[in-house]
Design a binder for this molecule. Sequence first.
Ligand code: ZN
Length: 70
Amino acid sequence: MERRIAGFHQDDELHWVAELECGHNQHVRHTPPWRNRPWVTTPEGRARMLGTTLPCRKCDQGAPCDRVER
Ligand SMILES: [Zn+2]
């Protein structure tokens, strides 16, 4: 399920987490060479990704909303 990115925050280990419009959170790690997401390391890059979509596996699985953890 493609979901739009509504915002970002960092978790306890300073990994970036995308907040999707559906209420699920998804890590967007920049850990080369496996995951190359240099955009996540800059405010400009993150701003550019707002409104773009990520496939949400939690929606596919019917997982409960992540927002309650915050
Ligand atoms: Zn979702």
